[in-house]
Structures are given as structure tokens and as C-alpha cells.
Design a protein around this ligand. Sequence first.
Ligand code: GLU
Length: 508
Amino acid sequence: MTERRVRVRFAPSPTGALHIGGVRTALYNYLFARQHGGDLIFRIEDTDSNRFVPGAEEYILESFKWLGIPFDEGVGFGGEHGPYRQSERRDIYKKYVQILLDAGKAYIAFDTPAELEAKRTEIANFQYDASTRMQMRNSLTLPKEEVDALIAEGKQYVVRFKIEPNEDVHVNDLIRGEVVINSSILDDKVLYKSADELPTYHLANIVDDHLMEVSHVIRGEEWLPSAPLHVLLYRAFDWEDTMPVFAHLPLLLKPEGNGKLSKRDGDRLGFPVFPLEWHDPKTGEVSSGYRESGYLPEAVINFLALLGWNPGNDQELMSVDELVQLFNLSHCSKSGAKFDYKKGVWFNHEYIMMKPDEEIASLFKPVLKANGINVDLYSDVFLTKVVSLVKGRVNFVKELWEQTRFFFVAPTEYAEKDVKKRWSEDTPRIMGELMEVLRGIDDFSSKASEDIVIGWITEMGYHMGNVMNAFRLSVVGECKGPHMFDITELLGKEDTLARIQRAVETLK
Ligand code: GLU
């Protein structure tokens, strides 16, 4: 038998912002597809019109654009299996619903919500299934003429899947192994509703996976309970030979480890659970996103890749290409993955360190602008050097501002506790001498000026710490920051001297 081409899909419902767990699902699908030279499909499952949220589809697309996860086909990408938006596939589903009806594997049910409710009160633990369906108002119990008449009258109905009881249903899952359940616990699921002429998730999902030639269904654990029903649907259609292989990914758990990760955990502990900032069109509520919070997409990907999978050793930093090489569905864990958001911060720091300084500098420009700095006054070389001096100290690009503001704005105030400690009566005189020494330096580069200044301090017998700290206080405004002579090299002689002059005048 020839190997089947790997085709996987990410199939979100546009019901709001994409949860970070959904991002991980898409990522695993992407890694798997690329590893096998297969295709990744983007399908929109919007058959539940009540839950449709405007803007959600665009939001999801933009999220993956930001993350650098491209799809091979689907909504927004084209392809030969379209349309890829389920609301545009009504006629296709109708045809397949009819196939099941004609084969006697599904039936039409007219029970109204009130009638169903009445049954629920009458029968404890009522379930619409083989044990009850013959007591209900459906095409199995009503004469054909009546069924036709009701439909002709425009009475609303649903199509239900006729599940045969007492059958073991086997689901083969790459992560969970073989899961067996008995069909008697399943109810006759609604596959189609005449009210909106749309199928339910189950039917649309199966028909599309089949028609789109999906080879592997990789999705969140919350869909595992649907899998037996899906297996039965494949069987009902006689599609068992091309049934996709299932892989149900472990849940993302709260950082503390108990229970499912929710948006509330993010609000409570201060981390985003969405890739991008989300403005809820109904409530107006704004939720933070990884992008707006300053995470690098590469860091988010690396972080998510390890939530539920590991390469079998303790390697943590992996590029997307390495992830593609190493990823392995059967190494995914069965148990939930704690959402260690602090690890996400760590990854961001590591990716800032790995990225070339020029790149970080260009990411820093908007931050500078937001802080009122005219970035056109600074060369890229200057900005890159500034970044290189402090990037080890930050977890986010925006934190560079606190570390570097003195490069762009000369101090006019000086940290009080540092002044108390480092500025004494004869400091102005010594700073005056220091200015003379600096003025005489031709090569103002870090090492050269350091040698001269340190030489002078030693020769004069001054206290190294006092002089250097007063110098730093004058130039930076406080006694912290990167290496002093790296700072003065970047500021240049004129600016350095002006700053010392101002400190002397201000502090006296
Ligand atoms: N529409 C479902 C969702 O929102 C898809 C589940 C599946 O992948 O089968 O996640």
C-alpha cells in the first residue's frame, strides 16, 4: 500500500479570540505537516451561527501571520478542496445527510423542545437513543406520508444519527493508544437542523475531513469524547479505509496545575492567554495578547512547542526548523501540561539574546518613539550598540527603555541616595579635573579612554569608587548601567563633558 500523503487541518470555530491552546494545536499540526512534506489546511467551522463572532476569523488569520505559521490551503489561502468555510458548503452537507437517510443510517426527528423536555421529566436520565427512539416523533415511528406532509408544511426537524447499541467502538489514538467505548452510551446525535439548513459540527467535520483528504486529525483533548461518534460516522459512510489517524493533545493546565487553563488565570496572574490583543465586539472588553505584551513570535512558538511534548532530552531552545526535525506525535504526553507562563518570559529573554542586536534595535525604535524620542537623530549603528550594552538585562524589548533612557535624555535630576553616598564637598573639584583629562583624550573609544582615566585616578591617589561613581552619577543620573566607558564612547566627548558640567552646576 502506498503511504498516504500527510494532510492535516486546523479547524477553528470563529467564536472569539483564539485561545493559546488552539495556537498550540495549530503549531503541532504545522510541525507535523512540514516534517512529512505534507499540507496544512485552514478550515473555518462556522456552522453554529449562534456562536459566530464578527472579526474572529480575521483575528485568527492575523495571529498565524504574526507567529509565522503559514497554511498551505484554506480560507485566505485557496486550494482545490474549497470552499473552506463550512457555511459555504451547505449543499455538500445536504447531499451527505441524504446519503445517510437513504441508507437508513439516519432519521428525521420532529420532536419539539417542549416534547423533549417532557420526556426528560418522564424518563430518568433520558437519552435519545435505541432505547427511546421508538417512543419519539420521528421518521422511524411516523408513517412516511405524515413525515412527507410535515416537511412539506415547513415543520422544523433535525436529522439524527441512528446509532446501533452494544457495539464496541475502537478509536486508535497516536497519543492515547486504543480507546474503546460501547456505542450504547452514545445518543443519536443531531447531524443536521432544518431550521438553519446547516449540519452540526460532527457531520460537517467528518464530511470535510473526508473530502479534504485529511490523513491525521490532531486536536485538543476536549474533542476526544466526539471521536467514537466520528468513527461510527466514517463507518456509516463506508469511509473506514481513509479514516484519519487521531491524535488528541493534552490539556493546557493552570500554572498551579489544577484544572484547565482559563482566561481568568491570565487576568489573575498577569499573562496573556491570546496570541494578539482581542477587543470583544460584544462586551467591549480588551484582553491582552502575546504580541502586544512584547513577546517575540519565535519565543512563543518554542514555549508552546514544549507544552505537551519534549524532544526526549532536556534541550529547550529550538528553532522552528529544529522543531520540525524533532517533533514526534507519539512523544506527546497524555497528561495535561502546566502552563508555566514564567517559562514563556524566560524564552523571550533567550530569544532576545539570540537575535542579532540590529534586529532588536529595529524592534526598539517604536518603543523609543512612544517615549517621545526622535529616532531619526540616531544612527542604526548607535542604536545597535546601545542595545548590545543592555540587552542581557531585559526580558522584553520595551524594558530596554528603562535601561537606556539616559542615552537619549541627559539627566537633569540625580538619584538622591546616590548623591548622598557619592557626592561630597570636593567632588566638583575632582569632576573639574576629570573634565580636563577627558578633554585631552583624542581617542574616546572605551578601552583607550578607560586606560587614561584610570591612570589619572591612580596617579592622583584618588578613591577609585568615589570618582567613578560621581562620574557615573553625572552622566547617567544614578549609579547604575553598563560599563562606564562604553557609555561615554557612545555619548561622545562633547555630550559627556556637558553632562559632567551640568551635574557640577546642579549638585554644587
Ligand atoms: N471546530 C472545532 C474547534 O473549534 C474543531 C475540532 C476538530 O479539530 O475536529 O476546535
